[in-house]
Ligand binder design. Structure first.
Ligand SMILES: [Zn+2]
Ligand SMILES: [Zn+2]
Length: 339
């Protein structure tokens, strides 16, 4: 199957955390953590709809300025999610600049910041560019099961972890994956095209089999359209399989409570991005700084039964020896090899 999500670490395993998740055939994207974004092209920053910030240590939040800089004057809404205190920190970042000329922009740009408390309650505030990013409070509620975003195609959940401060882990879940069998479309005399997005959406939102679907395209004879029922197309050209799940876990103390929470939260994910700051031989340093070791990250991934582990956020103290020993330690623990 062709995956819907295309995740990549913007800064590699040693740089600031920022996991960019592009979508197949769609000009939208998600970002997990706002580390340095210098390496992310403006066209990718312009696709971001939702940005999830684990915590506001500088290496996870310094990219905020570039996000705003690139989006300024371009319109659109970016939703930001973070831990308790996040709205005040977004506000403080915005207050550091002078906004006396922005009311003249034709396109407004809006930031919608949400902070999530450990009990699941959340508060949101809006910052509109043309209003000089003045904070507007007034949205709150409760995130059931840590649910932050519910889209027809996917969900994002959060889990609080302890990093001496709250640190959020995130899980991106594709609801179901619709495979389109192009050879069957060809047999039916139908081309691919934007109409397939509507078809997929109809399946993912649980529309009934008698729902009409129109295939539209343009060829040498002009505009063409043919009508079907959803059930007919499902039977002849589609298959629906479980969706892709990606878990993202960064700074967390190596405590039993965190291990239990991460293991449950990352359960059966297809891929787990997980911090592995230190080698096991420096476990004392990991405890002092409230980080995981590569060995522990691998053992968590094994206990969670994930499909694949991607260890990252390595301490720069290992820059000289490179990523190989850290990856090897995490992979060995993931494979259940005795230390
Ligand atoms: Zn960090
Ligand atoms: Zn941190």
């Amino acid at each position: 199957m062709t995956p819907l999500f295309h995740p990549r670490l913007v800064n590699g395993p040693f740089g600031d955390p920022a996991l960019y998740v592009g979508f197949l055939h769609e000009k939208r994207a998600l970002l997990f953590d706002l580390g340095d974004l210098a390496a992310l092209a403006p066209r990718h920053i312009l696709r971001l709809t939702d940005v999830f910030v684990s915590h506001t240590h500088m290496d996870h939040f310094v990219g905020f300025d570039r996000l705003v800089r690139v989006r300024l004057g371009r319109g659109g809404v970016v939703r930001l999610f973070g831990p308790p205190g996040f709205i005040a920190q977004v506000d403080a970042k915005l207050r550091a600049y002078t906004w006396n000329l922005v009311s003249r922009y034709e396109e407004d740009f809006t930031l919608l910041a949400t902070e999530i408390d450990p009990d699941g309650t959340y508060q949101s505030a809006r910052f509109c560019c043309r209003a000089a990013f003045e904070r507007e409070d007034g949205w709150d509620g409760t995130a059931r099961d840590g649910l932050l975003v519910e889209d027809p195609a996917f969900r994002v959940r959060a889990q609080h972890l302890d990093h001496k401060i709250p640190s959020l882990a995130f899980r991106l879940e594709e609801r179901a994956h619709v495979n389109v069998h192009k050879s069957r479309l060809v047999e039916m005399g139908l081309p691919t095209g934007p109409w397939l997005q509507d078809l997929k959406r109809a399946v993912l939102t649980g529309r009934t089999d008698d729902t009409p679907v129109t295939a539209r395209w343009t060829d040498a004879d002009g505009e063409q359209a043919r009508g079907f029922t959803l059930g007919e197309l499902k039977a002849r050209a589609l298959s629906v399989v479980p969706g892709q799940h990606v878990a993202y876990v960064v700074d967390a103390a190596p405590t039993e409570a965190n291990v239990a929470r991460i293991t449950a939260f990352a359960k059966n994910a297809d891929r787990l991005y997980i911090e592995a700051a230190f080698l096991r031989e420096h476990a004392d340093r990991a405890r002092e700084t409230c980080h995981l070791t590569a060995d522990l990250a691998g053992r968590i991934a094994r206990a969670a039964g994930v499909g694949q582990i991607v260890p990252f956020h390595f301490s720069t103290r290992y820059g000289g020896i490179g990523e190989a020993p850290l990856v090897a330690e995490a992979e060995a623990a993931f494979a259940g090899e005795a230390a």
